[in-house]
Design a protein around this ligand. Structure first.
Ligand SMILES: Nc1ncnc2c1ncn2[C@@H]1O[C@H](COP(=O)(O)OP(=O)(O)OP(=O)(O)O)[C@@H](O)[C@H]1O
Length: 302
């Protein structure tokens, strides 16, 4: 479990992370979603004890990661590509890490299997594709058999097979009861991988919710066509119901399900000839939530 409380990070006058609090629970994949520059990497680095918070705390399994006697068994991360000796083989690279962290050499072969690197384990890391490098980074993170895994943009630059592999691995590790915290700026990726979402924009938490609730939060919209828009709007008017005439003979209704709209129309002898639920895609919901943050970034004020 990761617990972040009132975490803040300033870089000079720039506030990268602004009073952020959330909990990442074991047994599910939690997505950390936000536009570029939102503060995802900085937050993850603070959780890993690689950056010092300006204020607030981040703990893993109850205490700051550095205070655990064997941190690698508690949490490990795939952050930006770390220094690897390019002339080393993948196996030797992993062996070197294992040796410095008192991890048994037999574990190296296990993680090589788990990450599908067996074919290339003896090859020089320098010749690895981006996807293989990413697998190697994940293999290194898994060495200590950590209960908590933090993956920063793990699918960036991967081909579709690599993306699928990361997705399946993340879900597999969560199903084993681990805490899996994974960042992305791509909603579409999160929709298929995460069970829970924490959305961040300009250093602040914008949403902390299940994927399903995130979608429902947009309110159900239904497109209705009728010859008598005015009467329909009148008969369904109620608190929590919004109606917007979007085109001639067309009205968009929020806050009332299609059946209730049809029932009200029937009762009042209003003819409807279309009644279409509009699915809010995760992408739409995300765009809506982060629009101002994106504008801010592209306005050159990052
Ligand atoms: N070492 C640093 N010095 C100064 N500013 C920094 C530093 N690291 C990050 N920042 C700034 O802090 C803000 C948050 O950056 P961060 O990398 O955490 O965002 P992010 O959500 O991970 O974005 P990205 O997906 O682009 O990595 C950005 O405005 C960034 O420019």
């Amino acid at each position: 479990m990761i617990e972040v409380s009132a975490l803040t990070k300033d870089y000079g006058s720039k506030r990268a992370v602004d009073n952020v609090s959330f909990t990442v629970h074991p047994g599910r994949v939690t997505g950390f979603l936000g536009p570029n520059g939102a503060g995802k990497s900085t937050t993850m680095r603070m959780i890993m004890g690689l950056d010092r918070p300006t204020s607030g705390t981040a703990t893993v399994a109850g205490r700051p990661l550095r205070q655990h006697p064997a941190p690698l068994a508690v949490a490990a991360a795939l952050l930006e590509a770390k220094g690897v000796h390019k002339s080393r083989s993948a196996r030797n690279h992993l062996r070197a890490i294992a040796a410095t962290h008192s991890v048994a050499a037999t574990r190296v072969d296990e993680v090589i299997e788990l990450t599908g690197l067996a074919q290339v384990a003896r090859k020089r890391v320098g010749g690895f594709s981006l996807g293989m490098g990413q697998r190697l980074g994940i293999a290194a993170a898994l060495l200590g058999d950590p209960q908590t895994l933090i993956l920063d943009e793990p699918v960036n630059g991967l081909d579709p097979e690599g993306v699928l592999w990361v997705r399946n691995l993340a879900r597999h590790l969560a199903a084993e009861g681990r805490t899996v915290f994974l960042s992305s700026h791509l909603m579409s990726e999160m929709a298929q991988t995460a069970h829970h979402l924490i959305v961040i924009g300009r250093g602040r938490i914008l949403a902390d919710t299940g994927i399903d609730e995130f979608l429902a939060g947009g309110g159900q919209r239904t497109l209705v066509r009728t010859d008598d828009v005015e009467s329909l709007m009148r008969v369904i008017a109620a608190e929590g119901v919004t109606t917007t005439a979007t085109a001639p003979n067309t009205v968009e209704v929020t806050g009332l399900d299609p059946r209730a709209i049809a029932a009200a129309a029937l009762e009042n002898r209003i003819l409807l000839y279309e009644l279409t639920p509009q699915n809010t895609s995760l992408e739409d919901a995300y765009m809506e939530l982060t629009q101002s943050e994106v504008e801010y970034v592209s306005g050159g004020m990052k």
